[in-house]
Ligand binder design. Structure first.
Ligand code: TNX
Length: 539
């Protein structure tokens, strides 16, 4: 059996049983029938928006409580969308016969995921944005499916290189194809602040652009002398959030603190450690790596970031808000009388404990507003676990391997695994000198496919349930365009999606074969400039 159609699903489905008999022929006589249940109208709207998929003109009919569609003798078959309360979140059942393609979901998200499966049973041309309205034939089949993890994510760094809104929306479409459900948006860093904050306009006016950019290696004197910049207005971000929600994707915003914040300090110099550095002439950082600048631990700075987060909460309904917390060089705090005074006043041990104190402040502030803080695994340093530590809802993104995630899970926190050696998509994909991105060690498609988000130790100690899921991170120091992001993200994101949705399969070889036969043609139809399995693209 060739690995296309029902045998070519990416990610794999749990249980697929192909039947005999005539196919379902999807054509202009096909009617859309939708149970009047929460969220299904929106799913139907998304489906109608896929203009290569034809439906009968008179529009959809509502399906009353279990009753058969009222046909009035019209010819044609139906695509039916329903809920089944017996199924879990995002789970679905799909049944295709000659007369109907029925999708029943545990919730609207499940129906949406089921539609992605149905779409993959069509030829790759069904993934084109537009095309001739033709008839699609689908072999009869029954599918039962449910996700392995509740968090299946991609992080995109739009701070190092801004990605215009259209590129983000396109990426969300691609997440949907892969049944991913979390889009983590890294909005601020040393090199740029990308979210409009109405109370503090200089964050984007000043922090939203930089004069030039270092390209190439640290030892190399090469600079791109063009300015780089861009930001999203709050309206842009609301549009992104709504577009994601239509695809049952949560947008998790990240506002970095206390490190990775040179762009903010360049915009508002009083945020920095002004008793040890003159921040008044500071620019948005043009170099890569970690800037020595960090926020001063003063009440004014805490208030400033609370005001920023108030606007963030207003725009992003996500239950999770990421506050960064990674890679914080503490030299300025060691030298600053203001920071040392704070350490003494709060009875803290050292600068690590001072960072933990700041993290706890925002953890509680978010918890009081019904949100859960997420932070990189450095937030575990300086005494945030146990005792008077993080609130129980705080979540850790474990990026420096699995250790942080294991410690957090064993202390009763949920974790998202994003180990850098396996799922950092900014890393090069092969050792060859012709790979366009020199960064880091190799993370081949196979390395990514072999990521195991639940370490044996957590399975043994009974804490496996603390692993919310798996997330790939796309940092963009070396990815200045959508084309470059495509190249880094695909097809490795398909491997992430398969592990996160379905779990590891029989073998990498089987996955790679299925990917080549069935999925890369879909990505072609979507216009994705992925890295071919045979090697780099000529550009
Ligand atoms: C580490 S992962 C970082 C990022 C860089 C990335 C480059 C993490 C929380 N911090 O700031 O972009 O490495 O791979």
């Amino acid at each position: 059996m060739s690995a296309t159609g029902w045998a070519g699903l990416v990610p794999r489905a749990r249980d697929v049983r192909e039947g005999d008999g005539p196919p379902f022929v999807w054509g202009s006589g096909t009617a859309l029938v939708v149970e009047p249940a929460p969220g299904l109208r929106e799913v139907a709207r998304w489906l109608r928006g896929q203009s290569v998929l034809p439906f009968r003109e008179e529009g959809e009919r509502a399906l009353d409580d279990g009753g058969a569609p009222d046909d009035e003798g019209a010819p044609g078959n139906t695509v039916e969308l329903r809920l089944d309360a017996g199924l879990g979140p995002e789970a679905y059942r799909l049944e295709v016969t000659a007369d109907r393609a029925l999708i029943e979901g545990g919730d609207a998200a499940g129906v949406f995921r089921g539609l992605q499966t149905l779409r993959q049973a069509l030829p790759p041309a069904a993934f084109r944005r537009a095309g001739p309205r033709c008839e699609w034939r689908i072999a009869p089949c029954r599918v039962q499916d449910a996700p392995r993890f509740a968090w299946r994510g991609l992080m995109l760094d739009v701070a190092r290189h801004f990605m215009p809104k259209d590129g983000v929306l396109r990426l969300l479409d691609l997440l949907a194809v892969h049944k991913l459900n979390v889009f983590h948006l890294h909005l601020t860093d040393d090199q740029g602040w990308r979210m409009e904050i109405r109370r503090y306009p200089r964050l984007t006016e000043v922090g939203g652009s930089r004069s030039r950019t270092r390209v190439g290696h640290r030892a190399s004197p090469l600079w791109d002398e063009r300015p780089h910049g861009g930001h999203y207005t709050q309206d842009d971000l609301r549009e992104i959030v709504a577009y994601a929600a239509e695809r049952h994707i949560t947008v998790v915003p990240e506002i970095e603190l206390p490190g990775h914040s040179q762009a903010a300090i360049a915009a508002y110099p009083q945020l920095g450690n002004t008793d040890v550095v003159d921040t008044s002439a500071l620019e948005v950082w043009t170099d890569w790596g970690v800037s020595p600048q960090l926020l001063a631990p003063t009440d004014d700075v805490l208030r400033f970031y609370e005001h920023v987060l108030e606007e963030v909460l207003d725009v992003f309904p996500s239950p999770f808000i990421h506050i960064g917390g990674d890679e914080t060089p503490k030299e300025q705090w060691r030298a600053s009388a203001v920071a040392q005074e704070r350490i003494a006043r709060e009875g803290l041990r050292d600068e690590d404990a001072l960072q933990a104190w700041m993290v706890r402040h925002f953890d509680r502030w978010l918890a009081e507003r019904g949100r859960r803080m997420v932070g990189w695994d450095e937030i575990l340093e300086g005494g945030t676990l146990g005792g008077d530590g993080l609130t129980p809802g705080a979540v850790v993104s474990s990026w420096r391997g699995y250790e942080g995630g294991i410690a957090a899970a064993e202390a009763g926190h949920d974790v998202v695994m994003c180990p850098e050696h396996e799922v950092y998509l900014d890393r090069r994909q092969a050792p060859g000198e012709d790979e366009p991105v020199p960064l880091g060690r190799v993370a081949s498609l196979q390395d990514v496919y072999e990521v195991r988000p639940v370490p044996a130790r957590l399975a043994e100690s009974g804490h496996a349930g603390r692993v919310l899921g798996l997330q790939a991170n796309m940092w963009t120091e070396c990815a200045e365009s959508s084309q470059r992001v495509d190249y880094q993200v695909f097809p490795r994101l398909a491997a992430v999606a398969e592990v996160a949705w379905a779990g590891p399969g029989h073998s990498y070889d089987e996955f790679a074969e299925r990917l080549a036969a069935a999925h890369l043609p879909r990505l072609d139809a979507c216009g994705v400039e992925y890295r071919p399995l045979s090697g780099p693209r000529p550009w």
